[in-house]
Structures are given as structure tokens and as C-alpha cells.
Design a protein around this ligand. Structure first.
Ligand SMILES: [Zn+2]
Length: 261
């Protein structure tokens, strides 16, 4: 039984700001794994083998598969040990680095026109000026080039449909310049970084310096992200949970953004 109580607005227990707050939404930033999944040109691709699929003679339905994959393919994480001898393996990355407040830096206008675009220090400074804040301490930083629109078209996304060691020099896609990576680790304190291209170093990179700089500081890297266009520039959170491979240099990654957390 409910009693009827006369209320004036000042007695309202729910503050009006809370009432107006938008509901949290989840955005999936992962590509799925399939025969289409894009791998580094020298890596073994994803394979799914059916063990059983159908009705059993005991009367119940049953489905099970085996899968195999390289660590570095599709939406995945680079653990620090990938390019840093004493870096953390994927199972050793603290969860605090993988879950938390995030920002997005949209360089798509420049990067989409130039497959060899290098995200530079000025791109970070422009973001900070526009957003009226420094990159917050402990941020997960996501770099939006919009190359995910091309996925899984290998020619457009990687720059080549060829595979094998000889294909490496044919790779063309944007990445983070080593100077900007150096600036980030020296001047800002970030927890992790991600990009919607196959690699944090651009396609034409020979020495993978941005990988070395970031991973040497135990900053994990997320690659082959998608749906970054759906994110605001700041004020959201990331949950990035890789498969916990003991001793792994990387792993498939399910990464989700929480809007209006
Ligand atoms: Zn990788």
C-alpha cells in the first residue's frame, strides 16, 4: 500500500543534474575473428575448425570448435615484452593499465588523405588546446585515423594484398611518429595507447621505434581498433581485456568503451 505525500520541488531527493544524466552506453571497439581477420603479413592467420556441430544421438544439440591464431592479428594487444626484453608479458600487465579513463585524438582528416601520415607532437598539443586540458594523468589514449573503415580490405587497409617478408616494404598506413611517442612518455603520464590501424608504427617503419619507446615504459599498445568515430574526445572509459596467455607477447583483445560512465 502506498501513501500519498505532497512534495515541493525542494524536497525532491534526486538532484536534477542526476535526473538529466544520460544512460551509459557500451561501444565495441573490437573487430571479430574470422577468415577475413587482418594479420601482419608474416603472421599465421586465424583458423576455426569445427569439432562437432549438430544433434547428438543422446538427443541434445552440441557445437564446439578449435581455433588457432598468431598473438598479433585482428584487434589485439602488444604486451611490453613484444619490443622490450624485460617488459611485462601479457598476463603480467596490471588491470589498472587496461581499465580506466580514456581520451580520443582524432587525426582522421589528415591521416585519411595520407597513408604514410605520422601522428606528431602538434596533434597532441592541438587536442590539448581544443579540449582546454592537458592529457590527463593515467589516461588511455586512442588515436583515430578512420582506417578501420577499410577493414578487412587488405589493399586499402595495409597497402598490399601480398603476404610474406617481401610484403613488409609494401605496407602503407598511418602511425605514431617516434618523436611524438618520445614526447608522450617524457611529458605526459599515460596508462596505455591504441590505434585503428595494424600497428602503432606507420606502415613504412623499418625499426619500429614507437613500439620500442612505449613498450620500454611498460605502456601496452592496442592495435586494429574500430568504431573510434563513435567516441567523444574525452569523458569516457575503456575496458580492454586480452586473453591471459602466460608469457605471451600479445593476445586477442576484447575492448569496449563506456560512454557516460
Ligand atoms: Zn601487435
Amino acid at each position: 500500500m502506498y501513501s500519498c505525500v505532497e512534495k515541493t520541488p525542494s524536497q525532491d531527493p534526486v538532484p536534477s543534474t542526476q535526473k538529466e544524466a544520460k544512460a551509459s552506453t557500451l561501444v565495441d571497439l573490437s573487430h571479430d575473428y574470422s577468415a577475413e581477420t587482418i594479420y601482419w603479413v608474416t603472421a599465421k592467420e586465424f583458423q576455426l575448425d569445427t569439432v562437432f556441430q549438430g544433434d547428438t544421438d543422446k538427443g541434445f544439440y552440441y557445437a564446439a570448435n578449435n581455433f588457432s591464431t598468431a598473438e598479433h592479428g585482428g584487434t589485439h594487444i602488444d604486451a611490453p615484452i613484444h619490443f622490450a626484453k624485460n617488459g611485462q608479458t601479457v598476463d603480467e600487465i596490471p588491470l589498472e593499465k587496461l581499465i580506466g579513463a580514456a581520451i580520443k585524438i582524432d587525426v582522421s582528416e589528415k591521416a585519411f588523405k595520407n597513408p604514410d601520415y605520422l601522428i606528431n607532437i602538434q596533434d597532441f598539443l592541438d587536442w590539448e588546446e581544443k579540449e582546454n586540458t592537458q592529457i590527463p594523468v593515467g589516461s588511455i589514449v586512442l588515436l583515430q585515423t578512420n582506417y578501420s573503415k577499410y577493414y578487412p580490405d587488405k589493399l586499402k587497409y595495409l597497402g598490399t594484398e601480398e603476404r610474406g617478408a617481401d610484403a613488409i616494404k609494401l605496407l602503407h598506413f598511418p602511425g605514431l611518429s617516434p618523436e611524438a611517442a618520445k614526447w608522450l612518455v617524457a611529458n605526459r603520464n599515460i596508462n596505455a595507447i591504441g590505434i585503428d590501424t595494424p600497428s602503432i608504427d606507420y606502415g613504412q617503419s623499418e625499426f619500429f621505434k614507437s613500439h620500442v619507446i612505449l613498450l620500454s615504459e611498460n605502456i601496452p599498445v592496442f592495435e586494429n581498433l574500430t568504431n573510434l568515430a563513435q567516441l567523444p574526445n574525452q569523458g569516457f572509459e575503456i575496458i580492454a581485456l586480452p586473453m591471459k596467455i602466460k608469457g605471451g607477447s600479445g593476445a586477442p583483445l576484447r575492448i569496449v568503451a563506456v560512454l557516460n560512465p
